[in-house]
Design a protein around this ligand. Structure first.
Ligand SMILES: Cc1cc2nc3c(=O)[nH]c(=O)nc-3n(C[C@H](O)[C@H](O)[C@H](O)COP(=O)(O)OP(=O)(O)OC[C@H]3O[C@@H](n4cnc5c(N)ncnc54)[C@H](O)[C@@H]3O)c2cc1C
Length: 298
């Protein structure tokens, strides 16, 4: 298996038992059996196809900003997506490879006076992650999916196809990709041509709100907000702010954030998540649903 992967993807590029703490924001979890960084769309397609040929499980991640990797690690091939091409077309249409970092796209679009991407200010991650999670600014109800025209994917049989926005089932922190097993290759979005001063204004507003978010090793919001509630408020009212299990702690600054204080395990984080869910259910009869995605052997 190792030799076949190395033959196809390059001996020096396939790593064995790679520590996934190095590739995720929460900095917990065990090793990936096989690890490969895709530098462009061609790499990504080849790696996915090779995993299909060899019948090994394949996990694609971007910046690892929203994932919790189990302590047992991830079986099969992990592809970290670093494809980075941005193609500005006419009329505000932009074709973006899925490994492009949100901040790079915001910066490049702003240079051209194109607005719409501000909703991903300070949302660490790639465009693939933004599509998969329908990431965005919950306060303003502005999500990445709103901008999408079409998404190019490779499906579980290795076919490449283009889906229109309506096929993508975008909803609050949700998309078809969370169930379909399709790998997102690139996306076409539509931005709006505005006065650059307007972009600055929109950006400033988001940055002020984001300044209240805690820093550190975290996945950001642990839970989605249930209808009519804020998860952070419920967790705080349940008296859990500052609660620690092992090296994982519920942030004093924002109770929907868990921080790895340095030596947390994935199990510590999971125990804290379970405690938050159980306590909020008991006290307020509200079910919290994870925004964080579990990957690996749970
Ligand atoms: C400090 C902080 C603040 C945050 N603030 C926000 C916020 O304001 N709004 C918000 O929405 N989110 C926020 N997040 C969460 C996170 O930044 C987003 O979910 C982001 O979109 C994740 O992108 P990523 O590339 O890191 O995805 P990853 O974490 O790498 O992956 C997330 C999921 O997407 C899948 N995936 C990734 N790329 C692909 C692909 N190409 N094809 C198929 N599947 C793929 C992965 O398998 C995984 O299941 C925050 C996180 C942090 C740490």
């Amino acid at each position: 298996m190792e030799e076949e992967l190395k033959d196809k993807l390059g001996a020096h590029r396939v790593k064995i038992n790679e520590d996934m703490k190095l590739h995720t924001n929460m900095k917990v979890g065990g090793p990936a059996d096989f690890y490969f960084e895709a530098e462009n769309e061609k790499d990504l397609v080849e790696a996915v196809k090779k995993a299909l040929d060899l019948k090994i499980h394949c996990t694609v991640i971007g910046n690892g900003a929203n994932v919790l990797v189990s302590d047992e690690g991830i079986r099969g091939l992990v592809i970290v997506n670093k494809s980075e091409k941005i193609n500005f077309l006419s009329d505000g249409l932009v074709e973006v490879e899925s490994g492009v970092d949100n901040t790079s796209l915001i910066r490049e679009a702003a240079k051209k006076g194109l607005s719409g991407m501000e909703r991903l200010m300070k949302v660490p991650g790639t465009i693939g992650g933004a599509v998969y999670m329908n990431a965005g600014d919950t306060g303003k109800k502005e999500f990445f999916g709103d901008l999408v025209k079409s998404v190019k994917v490779i499906d579980k049989k290795g076919n490449i196809k283009t889906l229109l926005k309506d096929d993508c089932d975008f909803a609050y922190r949700s998309s078809r990709f969370q169930d379909s097993g399709e790998v997102i290759l690139s996306v076409k979005i539509k931005l709006e041509q505005v006065d650059p001063k307007e972009i600055e204004k929109r950006t400033r507003d988001i940055l002020v709100r984001k300044a209240h978010h805690p820093a550190g090793a975290t996945v950001g919001s642990t839970f989605k907000n249930p209808e009519n509630y804020h998860s952070g408020e419920l967790i705080e009212k349940a008296g859990l702010k500052g609660k620690k299990i092992g090296g994982a702690k519920i942030s004093e600054k924002h109770a929907n954030f868990i921080i790895n204080e340095g030596d947390a395990t994935a199990a510590d984080v999971k125990k804290l998540i379970d405690l938050m869910k159980k306590t909020v259910k008991e006290k307020f009869d509200v079910d919290l649903e994870e925004e964080v995605r579990y990957i690996g052997e749970w």
